[in-house]
Design a binder for this molecule. Structure first.
Ligand SMILES: *[C@@H]1O[C@H](CO)[C@@H](O)[C@H](O)[C@H]1NC(C)=O
Ligand SMILES: *[C@@H]1O[C@H](CO)[C@@H](O)[C@H](O)[C@H]1NC(C)=O
Ligand SMILES: *[C@@H]1O[C@H](CO)[C@@H](O)[C@H](O)[C@H]1NC(C)=O
Length: 384
C-alpha cells in the first residue's frame, strides 16, 4: 500500500478531471477508469429514461388514449433491419382473427415487422397470454372509445357497424408518433405474400395514403350480385345532402376499400387527416350524410371524402376481397386465391364463423387460444 499524497478527482458536469499524481498508481488508474465507465452508464440510462418519459407525456392526449403498453413481448426470433410498423385491431369477440392475420404476416416475411395492436382495455390480459407464447413482435395499444363521443351516431340497430375499434385506423399517427410510413390491416385478412413488398408500395408526392380501388378487375370479380355492389361513391354517401353536393365530387367515382392501407404518416399529420376525418364524422351525426344503403362500414364514407382523388393505389393482388360475401362457394378460382398476396373476408361470412369460403386457408394460420375463450365455431364435418 502506497500513500498517494495528492490525488483527487473533480466532477464537473459530464467531465471528470484527475490531478496528475493519480497516474502514478496503476491501481488508482484502473479504479478511476471503472468509475468513469460506471458514471457514463448511469448518465446514459438517466438520459434515456427522461427522453422516454417526455415522449410519453407529449404524445398521449390526456383522457383520450390510455398510455401505451411498452416493450416487446416474446421477441425470441430477433428480427433486425428497418422496422415495418403494422397497425391491426383486436376486438375481444374476434381476437383469433387478429392472431391468425399476424401469424400469416410473420411466417411469410423475414422483415422486422412490429405489430401495433389496438385493443380495448378488457382484452389486454387475454391478448398478452395468447401472444406470450408466439414469436409475434408486438406492442399493445389501449384504445379509449371516449375519443369517439359525438362522432358516431347513437344507433343500437347499427351497433355492429359502429364498433369503436373500426375507427382506430383514423388515429394511426397518434399510435405511431415516430413512424414515417405504416401499414394498416383489418383483422379478417390473411397475408400470403411478403409484407415488405406491400410496405414498399410507393405513394405519390402529397398523398397520405394508398388504398385498393373497388373497380379494379381483381376485386370486381368477387362482387356478388346483390351483396356487394357498392363500388362507387353514391353507394356510400347521400348526394342529395347539401354538404355533399357542395364538395363537387362525382357520384360515380370508384370507391376504395380501407381494409388495407399504406400510409405516409408525415403527410397524414401535415394534412391533419385525423382532424378532417373527425370533422366529417361529427357532421354526419348532425346531418346524416352517409348513404341509406350503407351496408359495410361506417369508416369508409369519411375516408372517401377526405381522400377524394387524392390517394395512391395498392396492387390489386395485395387486396383480394369479398371472400366473406357468400357462405360456401365463391367466384374466385382456387388458383387465383392461391396467387393472391392478401385475402380479405369482408362481408358476413367469416372464416372462423359457421360457413365461409376458403376457410381451410385461414385454418392454416390460426393459433389456438391457450385460455380456451375463443374458438372457431365452424363444424368441419360436411363442409364444402
Ligand atoms: C382495465 O382493466 C383492468 C382489468 O383487466 C382493470 O383493473 C382496470 O381498472 C381497467 N382500466 C380502465 C381504465 O378501465
Ligand atoms: C412522406 O411524405 C413526405 C412529405 O411529403 C415526403 O417528404 C416523404 O418522402 C414521404 N415518405 C415516403 C416514405 O413516401
Ligand atoms: C393543420 O392544423 C394546424 C393546427 O391546427 C394548422 O395550423 C394547419 O394550417 C392545418 N393544416 C392543414 C393543411 O389544414
Amino acid at each position: 500500500m502506497k500513500f498517494i499524497p495528492f490525488c483527487f478527482v473533480i466532477f464537473l458536469g459530464k467531465f471528470v478531471f484527475l490531478s496528475w499524481p493519480c497516474c502514478l498508481s496503476v491501481n488508482v488508474v484502473i479504479l478511476v477508469l471503472l468509475s468513469i465507465a460506471f458514471l457514463i452508464i448511469v448518465h446514459r440510462n438517466l438520459l434515456n429514461l427522461s427522453d422516454f418519459l417526455k415522449q410519453d407525456n407529449a404524445d398521449v392526449a390526456p383522457g383520450m388514449i390510455l398510455p401505451f403498453e411498452t416493450g416487446f413481448f416474446s421477441d425470441r426470433k430477433a428480427r433486425t433491419g428497418e422496422e415495418i410498423p403494422v397497425v391491426i385491431t383486436a376486438a375481444e369477440e374476434r381476437l383469433g382473427a387478429a392472431v391468425a392475420a399476424m401469424n400469416s404476416v410473420n411466417q411469410n416475411s423475414k422483415a422486422n415487422v412490429v405489430f401495433n395492436i389496438v385493443t380495448l382495455n378488457e382484452s389486454v390480459e387475454h391478448l398478452r397470454s395468447w401472444l406470450g407464447k408466439t414469436e409475434i413482435k408486438h406492442k399493445i395499444i389501449t384504445f379509449d372509445p371516449k375519443i369517439l363521443e359525438g362522432k358516431i351516431p347513437d344507433d343500437p340497430q347499427k351497433a355492429d357497424l359502429l364498433k369503436p375499434l373500426t375507427f382506430a385506423r383514423f388515429y394511426m399517427p397518434v399510435f405511431l408518433p415516430d413512424a414515417e410510413k405504416a401499414v394498416y390491416l383489418d383483422d379478417d385478412i390473411i397475408v400470403q405474400g411478403d409484407i415488405q413488398e406491400l410496405f414498399e408500395s410507393s405513394l405519390k408526392p402529397g398523398h397520405a395514403a394508398a388504398f385498393s380501388e373497388d373497380c379494379d378487375s381483381a376485386s370486381a370479380k368477387g362482387i356478388v350480385r346483390g351483396a356487394g355492389n357498392q363500388n362507387n361513391y353514391i353507394g356510400f354517401l347521400d348526394f342529395k345532402k347539401e354538404a355533399i353536393k357542395k364538395l363537387g365530387m362525382r357520384a360515380n367515382t370508384c370507391s376504395f376499400n380501407p381494409g388495407v392501407i399504406v400510409a405516409n404518416l408525415t403527410e397524414w399529420k401535415h394534412q391533419n387527416i385525423t382532424r378532417q376525418l373527425e370533422q366529417w364524422m361529427e357532421r354526419n351525426v348532425k346531418e346524416d350524410l352517409y348513404s341509406k344503403a350503407l351496408a359495410d362500414s361506417f369508416t369508409t364514407p369519411p375516408l372517401l371524402i377526405v381522400f377524394y382523388k387524392h390517394h395512391s393505389s395498392i396492387d390489386p393482388m395485395w387486396h383480394v376481397r369479398h371472400l366473406g360475401t357468400t357462405g360456401a362457394g365463391n367466384r374466385y378460382s382456387t388458383q387465383f386465391v392461391k396467387a393472391a398476396k392478401l385475402l380479405h373476408w369482408n362481408g358476413h361470412y367469416k372464416p372462423w364463423g359457421r360457413t365461409s369460403s376458403f376457410s381451410e386457408i385461414w385454418d392454416k394460420w390460426y393459433i389456438p387460444d391457450p385460455t380456451g375463450k375463443f374458438h372457431p365455431i365452424r363444424r368441419h364435418s360436411g363442409d364444402e
